[in-house]
Design a protein around this ligand. Sequence first.
Ligand SMILES: [Zn+2]
Length: 323
Amino acid sequence: MKNSVKVLLSIIVVCTGINFACIGCTINDQKLDYNEVNGYMSESVTTKTDRENNNSADNSGIYNSDITKQNSSKQPKGEDMSTQLPSDEGTSRSTSINKADEKIKLPLEGLTICIDAGHGKTDRKADLKEPIAPGSDIMKAAIASGTSGVATKITEASLNLAVSKKLKKALSEKGANILMIRETEYCDLTNVERTELWNSSGADLTIRIHANGLNDNTVSGVLMMVPGNKYIKDDEMLQKSTLIGKYILEGVLKHTKAKSRGTVVSNELTGFNWSKIPVVLLEMGFMTNPEEDKLLNTDSYQNKIVMGIVEGIEKYQAEMNTK
Ligand SMILES: [Zn+2]
């Protein structure tokens, strides 16, 4: 046998049919009537903090000099190749790769992800307003403070930051480049300013991390928000956002075992309408529910949320790589 035996691996190009949610069937997220969700139905809920009274998740406060874009840290060699190289099933559509020449790739290598930890401390005026979408004369509050835990008294801004930092680490370990909108409690950017930051960064997608509040402490669960097509005319951006939202919600539900509040398509979030790249907003749970509030503020539960998000993005990226 020769010394240099070349091992051939084959990649099966799998064409998967994807059912995107009907983006045209937009839900009025201000009423939070979850009738058009990706298979997850739940009763109508009116949130107090994140989507009503122009006090949406979007109205995050901000400003911060802590914007970082870091290169990914590499995982040790021996990474499971199965994430990049599906097993050879011997179809005629296979293409061959020389394993000896193939540099082991991490699943999210080449992907730049913006993590937007919602809210934050700011010195800017609370009544500051900005257009809900480019060219729109509808003005909306530019900054919002978010909710807080009824049991833990921890602010949503702090919770969002804690999870975002864990997420940054986990995604970096998968090979992704990360842009953090904030890494401290303080952040003075308005929603539009946050959006402009990720638009100009070269990021591929943005994940906005939030938690919910409601004046009914029995309500709990995970909610996904994705952009609608009222102001955004880029169908590819909308479809990718919907797909990312679907996979992240599935991943988070799988790991947390939390109740699903479904997916809401929103035309009312400034931080969606100004975005030029795929964007989703994850409401991790309800801080107004004492049990969920306590859970959300534990490392173990935060790690489950992070695992679910990472898994969702990996699934999305794997699918993109086949196209
Ligand atoms: Zn929020």
